[in-house]
Design a protein around this ligand. Structure first.
Ligand code: ZN
Length: 352
């Protein structure tokens, strides 16, 4: 069977990509929050494999290797630089194993991944060269391990995103590049969100767009502008939290749910965001609205669960393996309409 390329798939319709491995692996108990290093590929590979399989079952067409934060600088921070290459290769191999054993007819695509380095500094050539080197070694391992495409994501400096794209393009693989501006609604090097995306298209990004930091409400307005101004395929992968105009990203999102059990940090990020979680219907609505605008590369980032990935897929008309288990309130013991449900149980529902 010949595998369709990313572009062939996007030209035909929606392509789903699950991100958000960091938060979900942390929730599953295999990563320290705050520190956020993806040691899971080495220390608990079966846990990572399971999450990939769950996302695949929920409809993710792309299996993105979990190498987010798995870069040389982060490994230096935790004093485990010698594990950098083994960690990257293990994550890529796990993703490949999943991608080559699809649940549907169409093989999945395996993606190598680079992302925000957090050492990039504007006008500092030395830090920029260091980052470029970090990107190049990770892209090299991804190519070695048989990636079908590369994803550069969560960039908040425009120039860092351009550098990531340049390095990804050297590989000759299709390149997805998505940015994640902070709450000032501009890149940290003062380039506007739209101008950054225009430039990324000019520089040859096959798919350009936004991921992470913003929930559906504060990402959508920019996606609309980007879709209008660019000709290439567009990506939209929000976080799954209810961000607002006053707090456009999850970093300073206040608890708005009357919770009196405050987080031990100054912020609800990253360990007390739960009350601000979007419902599946809000995520589905986002996906449908984006797809109707002509945005074909869709998914969710931090806060993603298999259920939300299925919701994205179904919202754009796809039937996925997990669709078998979509909600069926018909047979609920109290709220269902099934004839067998006793009247005295149904009648009690307003008081339940
Ligand atoms: Zn994210």
């Amino acid at each position: 069977m010949t595998k369709k390329s990313l572009k062939e798939r996007l030209d035909k319709g929606p392509v789903i990509c699950a991100e958000g491995f960091l938060f979900e692996i942390e929730k599953r108990g295999y990563m320290s929050s705050g520190e956020f290093v993806p040691m899971v590929s080495l220390e608990n590979p079966e846990a990572l494999l399971n999450l990939h399989r769950d996302f695949q079952h929920a409809g993710s067409d792309i299996v993105q290797a979990f190498t987010y934060n798995g870069h040389r600088e982060k490994m230096r921070v935790i004093g485990k630089e010698e594990l950098l290459e083994p960690l990257n290769r293990a994550a890529l191999q796990i993703a490949k194993d999943v991608a080559i054993s699809p649940l549907g007819k169409e093989p999945n695509l395996m993606a190598g991944n680079i992302s925000n380095s957090n050492i990039w500094e504007q006008d500092d050539k030395k830090s920029q060269l260091e980052v470029e080197k970090m990107f190049r070694e990770m892209v090299g391992w991804a190519v070695d391990e048989g990636a079908d495409l590369l994803i550069g994501e969560t960039f908040y400096y425009a120039e860092e995103a351009y550098t990531a794209l340049k390095v990804m393009k050297e590989s000759g693989l299709p390149s997805v590049i998505t940015i994640a501006p902070y709450g000032q609604n501009v890149m940290r090097d003062d380039v506007s969100i739209l101008d950054t995306c225009k430039e990324l298209e000019q520089q040859g990004g096959d798919v350009v767009g936004m991921n992470c930091h913003r929930g559906p409400n504060t990402m959508m307005p920019y996606l609309k502008e980007i879709r209008k101004a660019l000709k290439c395929h567009i990506a939209g992968l929000p976080i799954t939290y209810r961000t607002t105009d006053a707090h456009p990203t999850f970093f300073n999102l206040p608890d708005n749910n009357g919770c009196t059990c405050h987080s031990p940090h100054e912020t609800t990020f990253p360990t007390a965001l739960d009350p601000m979680q979007c419902s599946r219907y809000e995520i589905g609505k986002f996906a449908k609205e984006a797809y109707d605008l002509g945005i074909n590369y869709l998914g969710v980032c931090c806060g993603a669960t298999p259920m939300l990935i299925r919701e994205v897929a179904e919202a754009v008309g796809l039937k996925v393996p997990a669709s078998k288990y979509r909600e069926n309130m018909e047979n609920h013991y109290m709220f269902g309409k099934n004839k067998r449900i006793p009247k005295h149980i149904k009648d009690y529902k307003d008081k339940a």
